[in-house]
Ligand binder design. Structure first.
Ligand code: IPM
Ligand code: MN
Length: 346
């Protein structure tokens, strides 16, 4: 038998309830295989910060490193100053564990209503860079709070960092049917970073001659995501553009309740982390209203990453079947989770 040694960071708000259902589906998917799951729950998030002032200590990080993968719910709470948990916990995990591929699939499942009148077929994946860009926290302000304040956020783009994520995106495109890669940036304004990305895509393309490429400025990309999302296959882009585009991608494919993501360390020098794209939604937390589907689809990505392709496919198929039959029926978080676990076990 093999054991999946899983670190669980449920976090804040609805993170707690959706992770509970995600874990139930994970157990159901592995039933009848020789694999087992052992879990370590990490108390991280708002409660821990209020109690101790800590976000993520070196000891937490060391303990997490010893696991095969991380399942994360959501981080953030209105009682904690904006940025403290985001930077001190979520981004610290992504950076420290070198999650340079932030993988965010966007698929319009059958039975799901898009807000677009004629969405067509939507099935693309965003490869969002995860360890650089404006997210590095390389900034500062002077004369803070005065009329003469100057506040800078520096976007860091290294040849090393851009090349490794671009190569990963090409490999993903090469493995897909349409084999098409779109670089999204803003090289008409952000000329230094933009041209580094453009040159890198051109250079790495030589290694993947059967992949076609094109380029969109990020503002134009938002237009096409609305008017012709079928044109996209794989999008590669920087950390901040990827953050924004993947919320739009979630919206056109039925909403943030269905959007899964994987923070991948492709070199496997540290555990990868799987989390719904949505946040902690404190306004509905604890009411059983949250849709656990995004977390369940993140569990499917986790299974796939760890080599359980068949079990991953079972989870995705269960979600697909559930979405076809869902209609306008309203079920609680636990009801949806139980239904999905049941389908997976069938
Ligand atoms: C996301 C979130 C995070 C991000 C926040 C909470 C730091 O919006 O996962 O998309 O900006 O990456
Ligand atoms: Mn986001």
């Amino acid at each position: 038998t093999s054991n999946i040694n899983l670190a669980v960071v449920a976090g804040d708000g609805i993170g707690i309830e959706v992770v509970e259902q995600g874990l139930a589906v994970l157990e159901a998917a592995l039933k009848g295989t020789d694999a087992t799951v052992s879990q370590t729950a990490f108390n991280l998030g708002a409660q821990r910060w209020h109690a101790t002032g800590e976000t993520l200590t070196d000891a937490d990080l060391d303990a997490i490193r010893g696991h095969d993968a991380i399942l994360l719910g959501a981080i953030g709470d209105p009682t904690v100053p904006s940025g403290v948990l985001e930077r001190g916990l979520l981004l610290k995990l992504r950076f420290a564990l070198d999650h340079y591929v932030n993988l965010r699939p966007a698929k319009l499942f059958a039975g799901v209503r898009s807000p677009l009148a004629e969405p067509g077929e939507i099935d693309f994946v965003v490869v969002r860079e995860g360890t650089e860009g404006p997210y590095v926290g390389n900034g500062g302000s002077i004369r803070t709070g005065t009329p003469h304040e100057v506040a800078n956020e520096v976007s860091v783009n290294t040849a090393f960092g851009v090349e490794r994520v671009v190569r990963d995106a090409f490999a993903r495109a090469a493995a897909r049917q349409r084999k098409h890669l779109t670089l999204v940036h803003k090289h008409n304004v952000l000329v230094h970073a933009g041209h580094l990305w453009r040159r890198t895509v051109e250079a790495v393309n030589a290694e993947f001659p059967d992949v076609t490429t094109d380029y969109l400025h990020v503002d134009a990309a938002t237009i096409f995501l609305t008017t012709n999302p079928s044109r996209f296959d794989v999008i590669v882009t920087d950390n901040l553009f990827g953050d924004i585009l993947t919320d739009q991608a979630a919206a056109i494919t039925g909403g943030i309740g269905l959007a899964a993501s994987a923070n991948i360390n492709p070199d496997r020098t540290a555990p990868s982390m799987f989390e719904p794209v949505h946040g902690s939604a404190p306004d509905i937390a604890g009411q059983g209203k949250a849709d656990p589907t995004a977390t369940v689809l993140s569990v499917a990505m986790l299974l796939d990453h760890l080599g359980y392709a068949a079990e991953s496919a079972k989870v995705t198929a269960a979600v697909a079947a559930d979405l076809v039959e869902r209609g306008t029926r309203v079920r609680s978080t636990a009801e949806i989770g139980t239904d999905l676990a049941q389908r997976v076990a069938e």
